[in-house]
Design a protein around this ligand. Structure first.
Ligand SMILES: N[C@H](CCC[C@H](N)C(=O)O)C(=O)O
Length: 294
């Protein structure tokens, strides 16, 4: 058995996150460990955020991100806030520079406890998302599900926030769509060679939106931070909203996204600690920390 690593079960407004402390070691959390942790109701998660020692000068940590199906993800906005909260609680530090496979991210815990993460800049080129074929204008691409003459969902905007997103705009209640049925079909549609995160979005004012997301590699989640960023960027690009938008997510939580003038997308919201334990990064075998004796 590999040496165990500490972890914290947390959530980012309902997005189920495991923050794993892999500092000072060379191994990684394996897909097998992810599958085992996800199979246990107590540790079921959407993403594991594994904190590793920094690889690049100027950054404090490298963050490795795994989905609950064991695949890797380039970005996870809600998970980053959980990482920030865990590290801020440990160190007292309030600002951090992280590295992920998608690049360098700066983040900050505010005095009110909310956390902002600079998710970097969006990309719109069809090769960047990526799409399997050329679309010159990714504000709206040809893709639909349902009957050919009366599609249920159609013409999404597509955008990369480091990871691939498709946003379907709807006018009706977002709960009236069978995202559990259409999500898997769209996530794995041949137009998305690296699969995609699938979001239904209803704009309720130039500053507000409600969204539901079927996440690549994780399925329906209570919130998805990069999807919130992608939805706001796509809404602003198509003149549906301004560049500063509050979103309500299925868990009932709220997120704020600002697409700044310098093209960076800032995601702000809460994070919550649930419990701590230790686990074997090779197998996923785990144990809850016992409370300190009173
Ligand atoms: N929950 C995450 C998104 C994870 C993305 C992942 N599902 C993928 O791109 O494979 C978030 O808050 O941004």
């Amino acid at each position: 058995m590999a040496r165990t690593a500490p972890f914290a079960k947390m959530n980012g407004i309902g997005n189920e996150i495991i923050v794993a402390d892999m500092r000072g070691r060379a191994d990684r959390v394996t897909p097998a460990a992810a599958l085992a942790l996800n199979a246990d109701a107590a540790t079921k998660f959407d993403q594991i955020m594994a904190i590793h020692d920094a690889r690049t000068p100027g950054t404090a940590f490298f963050i490795d991100i795994l989905n609950s199906d064991g695949t890797g993800a380039q970005a996870c906005g809600n998970g980053m806030r959980c990482v920030v909260q865990a590290l801020a609680a440990e160190t007292g530090q309030k600002t951090f520079a992280f590295e992920t496979v998608a690049g360098i991210l700066n983040a900050e815990e505010h005095a009110d406890g909310l956390i902002s993460v600079d998710m970097g800049t969006p990309r719109f080129g069809w090769q960047d998302i990526p799409l399997a074929e050329e679309f010159r204008d990714t504000r709206m691409i040809e893709l639909q599900v349902g009957p050919i003459d009366a599609p249920v969902l159609h013409s999404p905007s597509v955008v990369s926030m480091g990871n691939p997103h498709a946003i379907f705009w709807v006018d009706r209640d977002i709960w009236s769509y069978e995202l559990d049925r259409f999500g898997p079909l769209l996530e794995n549609h041949p137009i998305f060679p690296e699969r995609a995160n699938i979001t239904i979005a209803r704009v309720t004012s130039p500053e507000t939106m409600v969204i539901r997301t079927w996440e690549r590699g994780a399925g329906l989640t209570k919130a998805c931070g990069t999807a919130a960023c992608a939805a706001v960027v796509a809404a602003a690009r198509t003149r549906r909203t301004g560049r500063s938008v509050s979103l309500v997510t299925p868990g009932g939580g709220s997120l704020h996204v600002e697409w700044r003038g310098d093209d960076h997308v800032i995601l702000t919201g809460a994070a919550e600690w649930e419990f701590s334990g230790s686990f074997d990064p090779a197998t996923g075998a785990w144990a809850r920390d016992t409370e300190s004796a009173a």
